[in-house]
Design a binder for this molecule. Structure first.
Ligand SMILES: NC(=O)CC[C@H](N)C(=O)O
Length: 380
């Protein structure tokens, strides 16, 4: 591993928010220009998992941890085959990455994959700005892309919004594939890929589940063609209000009362399938240290989050839905946002956060066991 004194580190870069606030720093990763929704992540570790999480498609991620890149880049931790963030913002990149698994430095990897970033800016000031004004569009410009501020601001203001964005098909697999069960095969699950992270089928495979990952465009017929014991809807990018197709497939699954589990985007889809609305949070939840209460047991767990939207469901009453009674099973203790839903009259539930824990604490791993219990009960 060589010390990273790459040319980009000396190239000026500028970050322009859609409200005109501007930060000047140095290029990090690729030199050029990029746009997206500016969001901040509070995770102090797990940057490889963050960068490769397809749910970050079209987002520029600001790291609140000041030192990023310390452990370089390895070939084991990515959650998908490429980096999905559209831009990356760090305060103080590691000059000398050091880890026994590291194959290269983070700035080399960003450059290799053409991801434009910026370093050397006050990420605390930027994060406070986003927290007060809300997530908003942003552009990063370096090298020859730098122009006068009015020109750059006009480009940022012309970039697409996250609200109303329908992005799953851009990140999901085009062809179905199977993740085999580890050890004895006990169940078959059809997993609708809306932007799935690699660790999710892995967590199921570890529990004896053979996972058939299906494209976002899969129909209910495609789902039932694999003869599933359970159906799973994954995480994914974009605005759940646009996800009409997965909502209709999920409704077909609810009609048949097949055991159902959803994570993140999958939770928002369940919310919509039950007739609840979804809405955009001011600045979202992103990080690996968010407190959530499981209201079915009262236990509090520390959890990994990455969501900018949430389900609008009543916290303190059981709701009547076309698929029986439903309730909010999990709630975020920071802001009372709905973090999980469960049906009381059939085997279906979902969470807004990330029990696959990549990166993140493993407190919520029991949710995969809950899914297995539902499938066991169905078979008994
Ligand atoms: N990780 C996810 O599945 C994110 C879901 C959705 N795109 C959101 O931002 O809320």
């Amino acid at each position: 591993m060589t010390t990273s004194t790459r040319g980009a580190a000396r190239t000026p870069a500028v970050l322009v928010l859609e409200d005109g606030r501007t930060f000047r720093g140095r290029a990090y990763g690729a030199v050029g220009e990029t746009f997206g929704e500016a969001v901040f992540s509070t995770g102090m570790t797990g940057y490889q998992e963050t960068l490769t999480d397809p749910s970050y498609h079209r987002q520029v991620v600001v790291m609140t941890a000041p030192h990023v890149g310390n452990t370089g880049v390895n070939d084991e931790d990515p959650e998908s085959a490429r980096i999905w963030v559209s831009g990356y913002v760090v305060r103080d990149p590691a000059r000398t990455p050091s880890n026994w698994r590291a194959k290269r430095s983070l700035d080399e990897e960003l450059e290799r994959q053409g991801v434009v970033g910026i370093s050397g800016i006050d990420t605390r000031a930027l994060t406070r700005h986003l927290r007060e004004r809300g997530a908003m569009r942003v552009g990063i410009f370096s090298g020859e892309a730098i122009a006068d501020e009015a020109t750059l601001l006009a480009k940022v203001q012309a970039a697409p919004q996250m609200k109303g964005a329908n992005l799953s098909a851009e990140v999901a697999t085009k062809e179905p594939y199977v993740v085999p069960a580890i050890g004895e095969k006990k169940f078959t699950v059809a997993a609708v890929d809306l932007g799935i992270k690699g660790m999710t089928p892995q967590r199921m495979a570890e529990r004896g589940i053979e996972v058939h990952v299906l494209p976002a465009t899969a129909t209910a017929e495609d789902v039932y063609a694999v003869n599933p014991d359970g159906v799973f809807f994954s995480n994914g990018p974009g605005d759940p209000a646009t996800a009409d197709h997965p909502v209709s497939v999920m409704r077909a699954v609810l009609e048949r009362k097949t055991p159902l589990f959803g994570i993140c985007f999958g939770n928002q889809i369940l919310g919509r399938a039950l007739g609840f609305g979804t809405y955009k949070l001011k600045y979202g939840h992103r990080g690996i240290n968010q407190p959530v209460q499981d209201r079915t047991t009262g236990k509090v767990e520390v959890t990994a989050h990455n969501h900018g939207f949430a389900v609008d469901a009543p916290l303190d009453k059981v709701s009547e839905t076309p698929y029986g009674r439903a309730e909010v099973s999990h709630v975020c203790l920071n802001d009372n946002v709905v973090e999980g839903l469960q049906l009381l009259d059939q085997p279906a539930f979902s969470v807004q956060y990330h029990p696959e824990a990549a990166a993140g604490p493993h407190d919520a791993a029991y949710l995969f066991d809950r899914f297995v219990s539902l499938m066991e009960a169905e078979r008994a």
